[in-house]
Write a protein that binds this ligand. Structure first.
Ligand code: PRX
Length: 642
């Protein structure tokens, strides 16, 4: 147990474990009172008339009904009035030492102009807008501009392929797409406009493609469809009235992977999401007015939405937006930014910490890092030794390490220590946030009470930041989250609650894998592989990977009528196939060509056998008597890539 540091507790909003426990009890005993108080931190055009209604089994959830507000007003206007000269966003560009500071007053003008551009391209309240931008300030301007006029943004991570982007544009019916000529990630240039061209080719739904100039690369522009964003902005006024939205009006949709092939458009609404992200940002990162807060995620993921844009800006914080990668120009880049900007709160994924840790301490120690107070992590379990390195070396033993567990669907942080209150245990996300009730259930759905137990992690009741539906498919929302364990929201994660009541996430219990902090469905990768002419069948599993946490291992059966002259080239072609259909982030680390898969007599693939082979743990397979052909296991081991 690592005790709370007195210098952190001294100025913290929640300053002791007893303080946390008291507030937690209150939040559970009287959620309506608790959350209506938290909602007062926002500015409402019309206050909510009720706090909360839910019929959990139907997945029908509402918070702050009757209330009217605007997310952009809360993130921008009210701070532009009270603290116009405070820096809202510091953009850390790809090249070291290159920064752009945007004050709240400037942010208001940038967002107003962007909102007018969207309107001039026909975007109205309720319309969907696709944002496929690199980490440049325009990504935040565009998100906030959508919120301002009541449009629903769908940010698509700019590493996704044309096919993946096209699928998302179609699913959400986006008439306008924002992109850039190219993106920069360290030494690499990413041809974003070219990808958009492929994605929207022949799509009649897309009216306008607005193109930001990042590198000045020459790109093809289709007249009547493609517009340079800067030219469009130059035509518009910097002020644009806000649309007052109902608390339950959609704010955005964000696609994420599940256990079936098709990505899900997770939908978040306005009031509850804003209350929850502002509240959790303030408490988990113990935010004060003088903080410089740096979340190194990408805006294309939920962490970027909740904890680069909405949470921090709602709190009037200075938020850093990082365009580059942790190893450019070398593995000291994060700490250089920390020193340059005097960052006090830093938040990243364990995979990034593992990557820079491997490069050696000298990349860290050459920076002073004296401004750091809080170090957060998110996205996957953090190994205790990495946690300890983060704490001892990066934080000099002086900063609090905050392991935050949550999901795209939860909108905000669910389980995490509070820096001034919760003693830490390396590798544990520790205790639930206020108002959050984690429940462990066995496979039959019976609650496992007490401490020192493990089970499927569910959440009882609701919280304001909870997703409300899957765009266009409420039935899928219900069946994915609310039917396996009736009465609860099922997270898909396994979890242990230790003797002290601390939570330890053990990883996914479904067919989802967390690869380098990115969430991928194994079924999605399998579909991409079998779409290749050579592949008859594929099975994908995760295996422990030193840097990525989980690596991707694919077993592929080649069609009888396909003659692979060069097996190496075939494996290369299959890898390219996944890159092309999904994204480079989904590229298998290993592909094993096999003649058969371990199937039960009823035809179900026994994935645990594949997981063991992928992990190189082949000494004991347990009971394999239900396999249709047990000899397949030996054959798989013999041709294994491990
Ligand atoms: O398995 C859990 C893992 O990431 C999943 C959610 O992924 P996504 O929706 O992409 O959101 C990631 C950023 C919030 C979870 O089901 N996960 C997230 N945070 C942690 C984690 N696993 C262990 N420890 C964490 N702190």
């Amino acid at each position: 147990m690592i005790p709370v540091k007195p210098h952190i507790a001294k100025r913290a909003h929640v300053h002791s474990l007893a303080h946390y426990e008291g507030l937690y009890r209150e939040s559970i005993a009287n959620p309506a009172g608790f959350w209506s108080t938290q909602a007062e931190a926002l500015t409402w055009f019309h206050p909510p008339e009720s706090v909360h209604q839910a019929r959990i089994e139907e997945g029908e959830i509402a918070w702050f009904s009757g209330g009217k507000l605007n997310a952009c007003y809360n993130c921008v206007d009210r701070h532009a009035e009270t603290q116009p000269d405070k820096v809202a966003i510091v953009w850390a560009a790809n090249e070291p030492g290159e920064y752009r500071k945007i004050t709240y007053a400037e942010l208001a003008r940038e967002v107003g102009r962007m909102a007018n551009v969207l309107k001039s391209h026909g975007v109205r309240r309720g319309d969907r807008v696709a944002i496929y931008l690199p980490m440049i300030p325009e990504v935040a301007f565009a998100m906030l501009a959508c919120a301002r006029i009541g449009a629903v943004h769908s940010v698509v991570f700019a590493g996704f392929s044309a096919e993946a982007l096209r699928e998302r544009i179609l699913d959400a019916d986006c008439a306008v797409v924002l992109t850039a000529d190219e993106g920069l990630r360290g030494p690499k240039r990413i041809p974003l406009k070219e990808t958009v061209d492929d994605a929207v080719e022949g799509l009649s739904v897309v009216r306008s493609v607005l193109v930001a100039k990042r590198t000045g690369a020459e790109v093809a522009m289709t007249p009547g469809r493609d517009y340079w964003l800067a030219e469009e902005l130059a035509k518009e006024r910097a002020t644009c009235p806000v649309e007052w939205m109902d608390a339950e009006d959609p704010l955005f949709v964000l696609y994420t992977s599940g256990s079936t092939g098709k990505p899900k458009g997770v939908l978040h609404t306005t009031g509850g999401y804003m209350v929850y992200t502002a509240f959790t940002h303030r408490h988990v990162f113990d935010i004060h007015d003088d903080d410089v807060y740096f979340c190194a995620a990408d805006a294309g993921w939920i962490t970027g939405h909740s904890y680069i844009v909405y949470g921090p800006l709602a709190n009037g914080t200075t938020t850093v937006m990082f365009e580059s990668v942790p190893n450019y120009p070398d593995c000291g880049r994060y700490w250089q930014v920390v020193d340059d900007l005097e960052v006090s709160v830093f938040y990243t994924a364990p995979t990034a910490i593992r990557a820079v840790m491997r490069a050696g301490d000298e990349f860290v120690t050459r920076a002073s890092r004296k401004s750091l107070r809080i170090l957060g992590t998110v996205g996957e379990p953090i190994n205790p030794e990495v946690w300890t390195w983060y704490h001892d070396v990066v934080g000099n033993g002086q900063a609090a390490v905050i392991d935050t567990w949550w999901q795209t669907e939860t909108g905000g942080i669910m389980i995490a220590p509070l820096p001034g209150a919760t003693p830490a245990k390396p590798g544990s996300a520790t205790l639930p946030m206020f108002g959050i009730r984690p429940v462990l259930v066995d496979d039959e759905g019976t609650e496992i009470k007490g401490n020192g137990v493990s089970g499927n992690l569910c959440l009882a009741g609701s919280w304001p930041g909870q997703s409300r539906t899957i765009l266009g498919d409420h039935q899928r929302f219900r069946s994915t989250y609310f039917t396996r364990f009736p009465g609860y929201y099922f997270t898909g994660d396994g979890c242990r609650r230790d003797e002290d009541g601390y939570y330890w996430i053990t990883g996914r219990v479904d067919d989802v894998i967390n690869v380098a902090g990115h969430r991928l469905g194994t079924a999605e990768i399998e579909s991409a592989l079998v779409a290749h002419e050579a592949a008859a069948e594929a099975a994908v599993v995760g295996f422990p990977h030193e840097i990525k946490g989980t690596g991707i291992y694919a077993f592929v059966i080649i069609r009888d009528d396909f003659s692979a002259e060069d097996p190496k080239a075939l494996v290369g072609a299959l890898r390219d196939q996944v890159r092309r259909v999904i994204s480079p982030i989904a590229t298998p680390d290993a592909i094993q060509i096999v003649s058969g898969l371990p199937k039960t007599r009823s035809g179900k693939i026994m994935r645990r056998i594949l997981r063991q082979i992928a992990a190189g743990k082949t000494d004991d397979f347990g009971d394999i008597s239900t396999l249709a052909d047990p000899t397949i296991v030996e054959a798989l081991i013999a041709s294994s890539e491990r």
